[in-house]
Design a protein around this ligand. Structure first.
Ligand SMILES: Cc1cc2nc3c(=O)[nH]c(=O)nc-3n(C[C@H](O)[C@H](O)[C@H](O)COP(=O)(O)OP(=O)(O)OC[C@H]3O[C@@H](n4cnc5c(N)ncnc54)[C@H](O)[C@@H]3O)c2cc1C
Length: 386
């Protein structure tokens, strides 16, 4: 008789690894399956750094961040690894920007501190930035940098420490739903009471055959790095914070490459995740790089205005940029986490906790309405062969 797992998690990105960690910690016998050899750089969770912040327009995320910080701290303590560097974070935009006003409201509503910088304060505190006179900023003192690749590794290590098993280089090819779900991979067949699908940009490919077609759009993000004219100008040592512009741009002080600053556009062309690099030379991508060169020239006078390094990553966007965290409407023992829309890394510890609660038939700790599958029309594919 084949062994029946308590839970199988598909996808060892940050969301699948965090979910597997919570399941194993709660005593579930859990298998984590990943299609690529670990670690890899083909999905959404690779690279050395991600922004962590409490500054969110949507209050539900601002509330969840109050819990994400202590869980990250617990992971740091359990593994003896520093994952969070506190730098503070700045959101800039025109004084009239609704995003700035809503972010302040949301931070206040979640009981978090923030500081408001006028245009003059902005010039005084950050002389290496150049913004129009009507621009202002909100400062989130708790924001900072998460060491992303280390965070991913730590969650996987803790998962194994709590008794979990990881099978990488093994692709899930077919899923047969039932009271006990059967999973066919490129190497073997497994049976499980609960299946948790966290396939990142490949979600559409696994959900379609299960009769679901939520509006998920994988997009290619150009990760652009810019050389500082004077090394260290925008560094953590000099007190430069993580940075967001209401016009959909973000930046992190230099970390992965000394003297080189990461500044990216928060959007990109729609792609097939199996052909990510086929889109690198696309017109959509070239236009973004050109637009970013203009932006750097205007607002970051301390950077050379041609990117020094270009890398790739993928977002999986939903139309409202809220995640999908829900059970399959027909097969309640199949649980889905998808559509992390370019902002899911920092929240992974809470995402994992919520999906673990769904898998263990516990009452979720947060209102799940914003994350429901049913908020989208036509989620089910009527013609799907189930
Ligand atoms: C450039 C960039 C910058 C970002 N910046 C930030 C930031 O500053 N702050 C923040 O909070 N978030 C940020 N994000 C978003 C965050 O990184 C993502 O939301 C998060 O990494 C999504 O993780 P995931 O586990 O859903 O996806 P992935 O990391 O892609 O993991 C999914 C995994 O599933 C595996 N898989 C898929 N199909 C199968 C199958 N059939 N069989 C087996 N395995 C399978 C894949 O190989 C993959 O490893 C950024 C993202 C990018 C791309």
């Amino acid at each position: 008789m084949a062994e029946v797992w308590d839970a199988v998690v598909v996808g060892a990105g940050i969301e699948g690894s965090a979910t597997a960690f919570h399941l194993a910690k709660n005593g579930c016998r859990t298998l984590l399956i990943e299609q690529f050899p670990l670690p890899h750089s083909r999905g959404s969770s690779h690279g050395a750094s991600r922004i962590i912040r409490k500054a969110y327009v949507q209050q539900h995320y601002a509330q969840m961040m109050n819990e994400a910080y202590p869980i990250w701290e617990q992971v740091e303590q359990e593994t003896g690894t520093q994952l969070y560097i506190k730098t503070g974070g700045m959101l800039v935009g025109p004084g009239s920007s609704e995003q700035l006003a809503q972010t302040e409201q949301s931070l206040a509503g979640a009981g978090s501190e923030f500081e408001r910088l006028s245009s003059d304060d902005l010039k005084l505190r950050f002389p290496n930035l150049s913004f129009p006179a009507d621009y202002r900023a909100v400062l989130d003192p708790e924001a900072g940098v998460l060491k992303a690749d280390k965070a991913l590794r730590c969650l996987q290590d803790l998962f194994v420490k709590y008794g979990g098993r990881i099978h990488d280089e093994e692709k899930v090819m077919r899923i047969d739903p039932g009271d006990v779900v059967t999973i066919h991979t490129s190497k073997s067949t497994y049976k499980t009471r609960k299946l948790l699908l966290l396939p990142g940009p490949w979600a559409g490919k696994l959900l379609g055959p299960l009769g679901l077609q939520p509006p998920l759009k994988p997009v290619r993000i150009s990760v652009l790095y810019w050389r500082e004219k004077g090394p260290g100008t925008y560094s953590i040592k000099k007190g430069f914070p993580v940075f967001m512009d209401a016009a959909h741009l973000y930046a992190l002080p230099s970390l992965e490459y000394p003297g080189i600053f990461k500044l990216c556009y928060h959007s990109g062309p729609a792609i097939d995740p199996d052909d990510r690099d086929g889109f690198a030379g696309s017109r959509g991508n070239q236009e973004i790089v050109r637009m970013m060169c203009d932006y750097v020239r205007k607002h970051f006078p301390g950077l050379e205005s041609v990117p020094a390094i270009q890398e790739s990553c993928i977002y999986t966007n939903t139309p409202d940029e809220d995640f999908i965290l829900d059970c399959h409407p027909q097969y309640r023992n199949i649980i889905i986490g998808a559509g992390f829309s370019g902002h899911g890394f920092k929240l992974a510890p809470v995402v994992g906790k919520l999906l673990c609660e769904l898998a263990m038939d516990k009452q979720p700790s947060y209102d799940m309405t914003p994350f429901s599958l049913s908020r989208f029309h036509n989620t089910a594919t009527p013609q799907a062969k189930l």
